[in-house]
Design a protein around this ligand. Structure first.
Ligand code: IPE
Ligand code: IPE
Ligand code: MG
Length: 254
């Protein structure tokens, strides 16, 4: 009991003044957008923006962990991002590999439980191996849950869930009448994870770009013009203050 008390006290002291610890989102999702523009504005190749974006993600994960957020879900590569130039896709895949290799120990030390959401079977083999090992090595960690969406598409996720349930019905193991939201949710990549309370999108774009179409049904949305590599403590505080001012009604009335 004492241990829990002092742990919470320590955590409260880390929370920036002005944020109410009672009204913190439990799960934050981020669409990390604007890496390319960040680089272009500096006269750099787009890939430099992706590299800088990794630092922004590390900052965000660490702040969320310090401030008692239970889960962070980050959109790293969409099913549509394969349409980018071959070189950029190749760079991103090798960046994911390098970052995983380099950061795994630090993630373990920080008690982060990392999961990867998306169609992972088509990723480069080396990346798949690193993903499997990071998932396994951090599976029992009790710190923040860090979900990285790679080759993730909301529509594909929903279609796959429908296929799984249809097949189960076809072989007589599922009565279609009994399909409900819980049953559907259990077949999504996010099975077992709560829905995001807050979605943050950087770079000012006001769209979902096929991210968590089911899970974001009642999330609060915060859009900032800041480009992802610039996203920092102040920007996260602004997003959280915005969130704490919202009145969540879930279709009901005050
Ligand atoms: C987001 O930044 C990162 C990925 C989609 C991988 P972008 O690469 O989309 O950057 P912009 O939107 O072109 O500036
Ligand atoms: C969404 O950003 C995907 C990720 C952040 C990984 P995009 O840059 O791909 O989205 P659009 O093309 O602007 O909608
Ligand atoms: Mg973009």
């Amino acid at each position: 009991m004492l241990a829990i008390y002092s742990f919470d006290k320590e955590r409260l002291s880390l929370l920036p003044a002005g944020l109410d610890h009672i009204r913190m989102p439990s799960h934050i999702a981020v669409i990390m957008d604007g890496n390319g523009r960040w680089a272009q504005r500096r006269g750099l190749p787009r890939i430099m923006g992706h590299r800088a974006g990794v630092e922004a993600l590390k900052r965000t994960l660490s702040l969320c962990s310090d401030w008692g957020v239970s889960a962070l879900t980050a959109y790293a590569f969409s099913t549509e991002n394969w349409n980018r130039p071959y070189e950029e896709v190749g760079f991103l895949m090798s960046l994911f590999e390098r970052v995983l290799e380099r950061e795994l120990e630090a993630l373990e030390r920080a008690k982060v439980c990392i999961r990867f959401l998306g169609d992972l079977e088509v990723l480069p083999l080396r990346l798949q191996e690193l993903i499997a090992s990071a998932t396994e090595r951090t599976a029992d960690n009790k710190g923040i849950r860090f979900n990285v969406c790679i080759n993730y598409g909301g529509r594909r996720e929903l279609v796959k869930a429908a296929q799984i349930l249809a097949e189960r019905a076809r072989i007589g193991k599922l009565d279609p009448e009994t399909i409900d939201e819980a049953c559907f949710e259990a077949e999504l990549h996010t099975a077992g994870e709560s829905d995001p309370d807050l979605l943050i999108r950087t770079s000012g774009e006001m769209r979902l770009s096929n991210f968590l179409l089911w899970q974001l049904a009642y999330s609060e949305i915060h859009i900032t013009d800041m480009l992802w590599p610039d996203f920092n403590r102040e920007a996260l505080v602004l997003a959280l203050e915005d969130f704490q001012r919202r009145q969540r009604r879930f279709g009901g009335v005050e």
